[in-house]
Design a protein around this ligand. Structure first.
Ligand code: SF4
Length: 704
């Protein structure tokens, strides 16, 4: 049976249970699914990340399993009516395979592209990358995780030689004397994480939050720094400036464990606190208090998240905070260090095993001849047959349907019509394709544009592995079988590869795919060779790198050395620069975007859950009351937010917790309230991360 899933219990049978993890964010809270007579119930399960807690999204996750919107048959666009209509799997798959063949015959192999997701299991992410390279033989594969953690990933690779979001277990947060969170709002995005923060504060630790909004997390902080959006890099350099002038730098650590500090020292010398106060709006006294708390507390952790990272200078901003952490000697010590809070459910594993444009499994580079030879050997193809690197997600989507770009796109686990920056333009590109195929469980906004929609299994119906924000590889376990008419992504990929005559083998058994992933990752940076389903079952989770089944895994990195050629971490001097789009007379305000507690990512799933819809029924635009008064806008009145790229319309929500020069909109909704109609598609030159977090806008009362 596909995926090891089993038929439903009959009424009167004993309940069946599966110990698994939440389908949503990277905290991957432990949960038990109990299936009785076909009905699945979620029970919280004690796990080191969530300690028995779940947020509302986790509690209600099973409501999608039997949701009336769920797709249970493929859909194809009817040539006569132009509408999507039900079709058999044979018809749908032949339409896909035939369409792919026609496009590639006419335009070449790179004319077909694949777009994956950070919520796919490791097995699916691996299979998708392999499918692109050896079945389609296209260089064009990338995924929506590019819009999530890619700036922190690039900065981590640059400084430490490895990208593991947290290089220590999450429980270390509780041991940190000072915790600095930059652009992170876990109280709203992953509430159970705050149990660790509560431990930290209860033990007398200090929590400092950097955020333009007084978020739920910031309101719990001992000190809240509220900078102008887009100025975090300058703020970090000022903190290091203060650390230098106050004698806080750990000179022995810098000398023994790092390289490149002199240039950083010269650069931050120019970041005088008084000047940085003028730029950021953060008082000098608060900057000094933060530097002191980080340096003198006896153990500090600096965390960044999307608020710092989703900028056209996101990599350099994260680098500035890593510089600060290294100068204070934090990484590699207990209860201390730098980390990134990964967002998507498999945001970590999804960026390790080959669905990125420049990457092969095990976090290998697709341009490295040795890496290519190793992976080609595992796949049973010649090295020459593997394509080279493609382009990052936004660049890929923005090229679709253009003369030089792909003419067909296969989307798995993503909804770019809502989640892409400058989404109106991306939507147009998708409409220009000769063939758009979407594998999803509901008719998402992207599926609505597709030529073929393939219904996929949900998390409770499949086995596999996920890698959480700590780099801990976890088991996802099925409690029931997919409904008739629904297939797993692995089964869809294997069928398509077969129809396209792929030489390499593709299977639909997750355990077998994982076995192959282990071999493909062996010797890579993200080495899973020593991870097995049995080992995860026995331990609850295995931290990578784990090259040897018989040796311990690696909960903490950097204790003795960094995985760089000389074993030292690398400082890199970085300078503040303005946002890609600053305010002006026509667009005098800054828009920043983000999440709300009861919705997740593009909302394709959570907007359909009644309890979540009740909790967060619609989009809104957050404005400071002073700004609202100036604009003549009352609470709840519709406003129009306009940028150079488009507009969104949603009710105003007045709150004093936001800066008066900044407005906020959540990005979970499509249609007229789509925040990404407005956002800027400027990208970071290193990571390809779009500037979701800041653009210049005009706000006005919408005409009824
Ligand atoms: S959404 Fe995140 S925080 Fe909420 S239950 Fe799921 S894994 Fe936990």
């Amino acid at each position: 049976m596909t995926d090891g899933a089993r038929p439903a219990t009959a009424p009167g049978d004993s309940p069946r249970e599966a110990a698994t993890h939440c389908p949503y964010c990277a905290l991957q809270c432990g949960m038990t699914l109990r299936e009785t007579g076909g009905r699945v119930e979620v029970l919280p399960r004690d796990f080191p990340t969530n300690r028995g807690g779940l947020c509302q999204k986790g509690w209600t996750a099973a409501e999608l399993l039997d949701h009336p919107d769920r797709l249970t048959t493929p859909l194809v666009r009817d040539a006569g009516t132009g509408q999507l209509r039900p079709a058999s799997w044979a018809e749908a798959m032949e339409r896909v395979a035939g369409g792919v063949r026609a496009v590639q015959d006419r335009h070449g192999r790179d004319a077909v592209a694949v777009f994956g997701g950070g919520g796919l299991t490791n097995e699916k992410a691996y299979a998708l990358g392999k499918f692109a390279r050896v079945a389609l033989r296209t260089r064009h594969v990338d995924y929506n995780g590019r819009w999530c953690m890619s700036s922190a990933a690039a900065a981590g690779n640059r400084a430490f030689g490895v990208d593991r979001g947290l290089p220590f277990p999450l429980a270390d947060l509780g041991r940190a004397r000072t915790l600095l969170m930059v652009g992170a709002n876990p109280a709203e995005t992953m509430p159970p994480l705050m149990r660790h923060v509560a431990d930290q504060q209860a033990a007398g630790g200090t929590l400092i939050v950097v955020d333009p909004r007084a978020t739920a997390t910031a309101r719990q902080a001992d000190l809240h720094l509220q900078p102008v959006p887009g100025t975090d890099l300058a703020l970090a350099n000022a903190l290091l400036h203060i650390a230098l002038t106050e004698g806080y730098v750990d000179r022995a650590y810098v000398a023994e464990r790092t390289t490149g500090f002199d240039e950083v020292r010269r650069t931050v010398a120019g970041y005088w606190p008084a000047e940085v106060e003028r730029l950021t709006g953060v008082p000098v006294a608060d900057l000094e208090a933060t530097a002191r708390a980080l340096a003198t507390a006896g153990g500090a952790i600096i965390l960044t998240a999307r608020g710092a990272e989703q900028h056209a200078k996101g990599v350099d901003t994260v680098t500035a905070f890593i510089n600060l952490a290294l100068a204070l000697g934090l990484p590699g010590r207990p209860g201390s260090g730098y980390g990134c809070l990964t967002g998507q459910g498999n945001g970590q594993g999804g960026r390790e095993h080959g669905q990125k444009a420049d990457q092969l499994p095990g976090y290998r580079s697709i341009t490295d001849p040795a890496a290519r030879a190793h992976v080609a050997g595992v796949w049973g193809v010649s090295t020459d047959e593997l394509p080279g690197p493609g382009v990052p997600a936004y660049q890929l989507l923005d090229s679709l349907g253009t003369p030089a770009g792909p003419k067909a796109l296969l989307v798995f686990g993503s909804n770019p019509v809502v989640s892409a920056p400058r989404a109106t333009r991306v939507e147009g590109r998708l409409r220009d394709l000769d063939l758009l195929v979407v594998a999803d469980l509901v008719r998402s906004e992207t599926a609505e544009l597709a030529d073929v929609v393939l219904p996929t299994a949900q998390w409770a119906e499949e086995d596999g592995t996920m890698t959480n924000l700590e780099g801990r590889v976890l088991r996802r376990r099925a409690v029931r079988t997919p409904p008739p008419g629904v297939r797993t992504d692995l089964a869809i990929i294997a069928d398509l590869a077969d129809r396209l005559g792929a030489k390499a083998g593709f299977g639909d058994d997750p355990a077998e795919v994982f076995g192959e992933l282990r071999r493909a990752s062996a010797g890579g940076v993200a080495d899973y060779a020593g991870v097995s389903y049995d080992r995860i079952d026995a331990t609850g989770g295995v931290f990578w790198p784990c090259p040897d089944p018989a040796a311990p895994d690696t909960p903490r990195l950097f204790a003795d050395a960094f995985p760089t050629p000389d074993g030292r971490a690398r400082f890199r001097a970085v300078d503040h620069r303005p946002a890609a789009e600053e305010v002006c007379a026509e667009y005098p305000l800054r828009l920043t975007t983000g999440r709300v507690l009861a919705q997740y990512q593009s909302g394709a799933q959570t907007r359909r859950v009644p309890a979540l819809r009740r909790a967060a029924p619609r989009a809104f635009v957050e404005l400071h009351p002073d700004l609202a008064a100036r604009l003549g806008v009352g609470d709840g009145e519709d406003v129009r937010v306009t940028s150079r790229r488009g507009e969104l319309r949603a009710p105003a929500r007045l709150t004093p917790t936001i800066r008066p020069d900044t407005v906020f909109a959540p990005f979970h909704w499509g249609g007229a309230a789509r925040a990404n109609s407005v956002t800027n598609d400027a990208v970071d030159p290193v990571s390809g991360m779009p500037e979701f977090k800041i653009c210049a806008v005009r706000v006005e009362r919408a005409q009824p």
